[in-house]
Design a protein around this ligand. Sequence first.
Ligand SMILES: Cc1cc2nc3c(=O)[nH]c(=O)nc-3n(C[C@H](O)[C@H](O)[C@H](O)COP(=O)(O)OP(=O)(O)OC[C@H]3O[C@@H](n4cnc5c(N)ncnc54)[C@H](O)[C@@H]3O)c2cc1C
Length: 390
Amino acid sequence: MTSNPQSVLGLSRPEWAGEDVAMLYDMASRFLTEEIAPHYEAFEKAEIFDRASWEKAGAAGLLCASMPEEHGGAGGTYAHESAIIEAISHVGVDGFGIALHNAIVAPYILHYGSEEQKQRWLPKLASGELIGAIAMTEPGAGSDLQGVKTRAEKDGNHYRLNGSKTFITNGQLANLVIVVAKTDPSQGAKGTSLIVVETDEAEGFERGRNLDKIGLKSNDTSELFFNDVRVPTANLLGHEEGQGFVQLMQQLPQERLLIGAQAIAMIERALAVTIDYVKERKAFGQKVIDFQNTQFKLAELKTEATVGRVFYNDCVARHLAGNLDTATASMVKYWLTDLQCKVVDECLQLHGGYGYMNEYPIARMYRDARVQRIYGGTNEIMKLVIARTL
Ligand SMILES: Cc1cc2nc3c(=O)[nH]c(=O)nc-3n(C[C@H](O)[C@H](O)[C@H](O)COP(=O)(O)OP(=O)(O)OC[C@H]3O[C@@H](n4cnc5c(N)ncnc54)[C@H](O)[C@@H]3O)c2cc1C
């Protein structure tokens, strides 16, 4: 029997994953298995998804699950987003960039957008007509976001946007980009604002190359250039300029939690495929699972994964109750992504040479896992945040 990533740890469902969340997980898994997995190899080769997959995901109800129904969403919560994110990693289509679209980009519009902005953008994000991205990082400003140089200068009822961004997830496909820009460089962090650029109509907006990464191949990642792009001042997120940093800080717990979701779900899949493999593969006349080393390794990894899953589930419960603080969210991001890389590496080892072959899922997990310790704030930055609470 094939091991199931969802039940490999043998834990019962947490309270926050009620019947509707479980149904959404099943529906998402079915959709991803039937509609996305058969094309995934082609997307990995092309290093990009097609728009049709986004629209199909929208029609299936997988986009904006946590946005209100009156804005085209499904009226769910982060628990529903978690179900979708976990299904993506359990099915093994980790390059489908909808976690960022759903649980990072759309919430900025929901929380800080005016009613008019919500009505204009959220239904299209929910259908897949708009694909979202968030552009913070610049060639000269990654961990230190206060160093952002992109400038938004007011010119009547428009901003003139100038600057360049890099490493932007969904950068080739996105047509709605939240740009972190300085509206008043003399004010440092307090002069930072979030401005929404609708790229289809933006003259002076250019996409750089689709960056050549070691993993998550099918998830396009790009440089973006803004050369005197005119953006209506009505596209500012929030009532006034200068709120960008506060808005970014407020959204961090959810962003870090969702990276934790991706981590724990991949850990579960890595364990599931490895348990299956070592039960089949033979060496020295016995199955690889029969070596005590294999049993001890997998026993250790399953124990650590269980600790990680319980911690993740607890963080989700706290987040849903509105009290997941940034330091705890940083712990879940740092600890689970470190664990993810460790588990995937050990699981690959148990596959022997086959683990190094791309046709085995563990090989792709090995490549895809690595970036988790880097984006969303590096794990070193997570430790800085945690250390501030000591
Ligand atoms: C695949 C991918 C997708 C991404 N998607 C997006 C996206 O959608 N939007 C976006 O805006 N960005 C995105 N990023 C950018 C990502 O968030 C940054 O790469 C990350 O924040 C680190 O910034 P940096 O690369 O400039 O590294 P640097 O900041 O140059 O860091 C280099 C090293 O120094 C360490 N370091 C830095 N400061 C300190 C410190 N104070 N103390 C100790 N160590 C420190 C870092 O931990 C790291 O090890 C993505 C990156 C990748 C690789």
